[in-house]
Ligand binder design. Sequence first.
Ligand code: SF4
Ligand code: ZN
Length: 347
Amino acid sequence: MISLVLNSYVKGNAVETLIIIYFLIQLSVSMIQKPCNKCRGGKGVYKRPYSGETLCRDCFLSSIEYKTRKTISKHSMLQHNDRVAVAVSGGKDSLSLLYVLKNIFETSRRTPPVAITIDEGIKYYRDESLEIVNRFCANLGVENKIVSYKELFGHDMDNAILERPTNNMVSSCSICGTFRRRAIDIAAEEVGANVVATGHNLDDQIQTFMINMISGDVTRIGWTSPQSVGSEFHTQRKIKPFCEIYEQELVFYALLRGIPFQTEHCPYMNESIRTQIREFINTLERERPGIKYNFYNSVSKISNNLNAFSHHIDSKKCATCGRIATSRICSVCKTLNILEGNRNNAE
Ligand code: SF4
Ligand code: ZN
């Protein structure tokens, strides 16, 4: 039951989400009375549909933290002297990741992580999340570096949506994703990080794989690998320590830990096919628990093989901005040309 509620959270409606949070709390305390399968002493608060186990609060929290450590070590994501920047958006995944990494690094005496936040310039939506991130980082004692699309590219998302050509519609998420990857690189350079950790979870990995399959973008399929070698945009190593954890479990983790997160969704999110893919995969998982894991394993194998191939692709320097690119002009400059061209035509 609790997993059903968590599953519906990811459909993306803020009012629905608040109702769900209320039900979650009710369910957590009253409906699952079974003992924890792990410690045998605690009262169960979460039942894992794909494994059948019931976990108490402490065992559930430990299971997520243990899985994160295991993923980091399995994929050799970190070396001892790494300076890690965590890209945070104000959502449950990235703030939970910052929290978990800060604790892991403390116990292993590593340099603390630093947060980097990208301000896309989406009125109300991003303003709220920036506030959440600032407060969370201050409470955690973590430095937070904010960079904005406006200062880096001269456009914020709200303007880019108005300026994009209407005849050759570029989706909001495609503009935003291109800018975000570059903005994260720049912010990470500015804080001296050689590794960027993102909160991508198992569901994100599967969805991204399907989007790239549908759009025929074979190179990007390789980027979904946990051992990602990066892309034309990336100058730092990219890691995804939550890539083997279900999204619904991260929602529950953040709720149990009392991590504040933004429940409002981006006003432009429905332009992307991601929402439909997410609902499709969640329906399959409800009917066949564990199917996401099988899917994820296949995605990892395919993307790892593609990455092995992409090592042989020569990188160039963008003729406009001089950053690493796979073609003469990088994607950021191409996107800017589209926006500027359109703006000039309109003037
Ligand atoms: Fe950007 Fe799309 Fe995410 Fe909105 S939903 S923040 S436009 S990538
Ligand atoms: Zn460029």
